[in-house]
Design a protein around this ligand. Sequence first.
Ligand code: HPA
Length: 236
Amino acid sequence: MPTPHIESKNKDEIAKTVLMPGDPLRAKFIADTFLEDVTQFNGVRNVLGYTGTYKGRRISVMASGMGMPSIGIYSYELYKFYDVENIIRIGSCGGYTPDVKLYDVILAKDVWSESSFAKVQSGYESDVVEGTPELNQRLMEYAEELEIPMHIERIHSSDVFYRENFEEYKEIHHKHGCVAVEMEAFALFHNAQVLGKNAACLLTVSDNLATHEATTSEERQNAFTNMMKIALEMAE
Ligand code: HPA
């Protein structure tokens, strides 16, 4: 410590539980809006990281950047070098079916990916990896207490946002049972598994490939508060 990508020199600056939005400005929004006694522990590459308290309990929030290589780096360094135990990704996703509507919240029970991330990282051969059941159980309880409906489903982690064959999503939905697509959970869940740590992923539907509905980037930054409130209850 510091690591190549995180400048904090002191493990104690980072809580045991870290929320990870993709966007640094979403991390700042969460710290500004929901946390008290906030300190900033990272600013390298503008990948902002903060620690504070929520309802008196300690929690950190740091951006992951976009894609599996990026979250792969940050989650690995947090788990391995800063003794972080739990990372909850809070991101946006594209719905693969009309059943998941704009602003719906999805808890990723597990994730399918065609990515080589896990194979390259550790020789892991499967194309499915699970979130940590204990974290998922807690997040389901918090969602129920907050009366926020939540889909609990398999999602797709993709390396590619712009596919030449747009229609491919239909096959991925039907063959692998994925209800939505994002770009990070597979690497996060894999890193948690190889390092003996915990990971979960909450998503808000920002666009839908089947219905062609979409939210604006401004809404993406600020309007995903339901998912944030569920995840913030993980503070301890
Ligand atoms: N594809 C991949 N990741 C995403 C999408 C999408 O359509 N929407 C939000 N994150």
